[in-house]
Design a protein around this ligand. Sequence first.
Ligand SMILES: O=C(O)CCC(=O)C(=O)O
Length: 387
Amino acid sequence: MANPVTAAHPSAEEHARGMVDYFRQGEQKARELPNRGPIKLDQTGALDPTILQAYQRYGFYVFEGVIGADELAELRSDVDGVLARAPVDPESTVDRDGQPAFGQDFARQPYRFAKPLSDPLGGTDRNKGRHPVKVTAPTPASDAPSWTVELLHGNLHLMDSCLRLYGHPGLLAACASVLGNDFVPYNEVAFIKEPGLGPSVAWHQDGTTHWDAEDWDPDAHGFNYMAQLYASTPGNAVWVLPGSHKLGKNNIKQLVEESGSERIEGAVPLVCNGGDVIMTNRQLTHGSFANSSPDRRITLNAGFFARRRVLNVTTELLSGDLATFDQARVEERSRMIAIAIDARRQRFPEEASYVYRPLAGREDENRWNEDTRHTVVKDYNLRDMYI
Ligand SMILES: O=C(O)CCC(=O)C(=O)O
């Protein structure tokens, strides 16, 4: 394909125009793949084998219509509330109304900022250098703010609706079918891609621990659920290279060189509707372009690992610090699943709850109430696990 975006910093409109062909072709390819539809479980609660096979083959599956209208409205409203009370810039402690910004009592700052339409990661050594190639950073409009919130960290203590979604029985059952009944959590973050502002996330693969393990396999670094609160379009979506999760460490530099540009050939956008949830293998080569489109994307990520890939594993975190995930750490962090199931049961009592086997029988100590909000849920993300 020709390289229609040649300027290093095109205007947002030039950037959007230059991507039109790539976007159209990618979307067509994505919609031709047999990997989307509702969650289907058999009588034992296992994921329909056709779905499992499609996920294993392509590395992602779009679960359609997971989030109903009321729940979607609650999620959108909670995210809007948290964004409305963000500090006005990374150094500030007040929001746009001059009031104390939200979230200052959390141990870990909930907001991550970026320059509008920038590429903060590509070609840098950040995140252990796993984003080797810089992607185009269009010039934002002259009235764009200096900073945009690109990420929220710790969805489950920031927003009750996110905790309830985390306890979704169909999503947890599908997770168990891929990673085993004793699956464990990773982290929960929200990617914010405002139109004309959202920065890119340069091409990368997510895991950094098990690539050279003798028993490495396509699920070695788990997957992320990506719950979409609005339509995910070619312009704002995460793009993935289908099947790349099975090939070990991909040579992203070479893929870009061979494609003649950052528009990697064969990649497809994770297009879907608001309310859909995509299971996305973390080993896929994936990334998102600067959002020069007119459409907002808000994605709630919730990641999971197979227990054996985490328990008693020592690894270097993206920060460079070393961590070991012993039994106590794994168990305490996994309580978030049990508490989320109870939070969901209280909001949707007519739904059959998922039973999380590792904590079965311990429901009473994992109730969702004002006590556990403070003793377990608040600052739970200090115990996030990473491989
Ligand atoms: O949502 C995005 O734009 C990027 C997501 C991503 O790279 C990830 O979840 O690892």
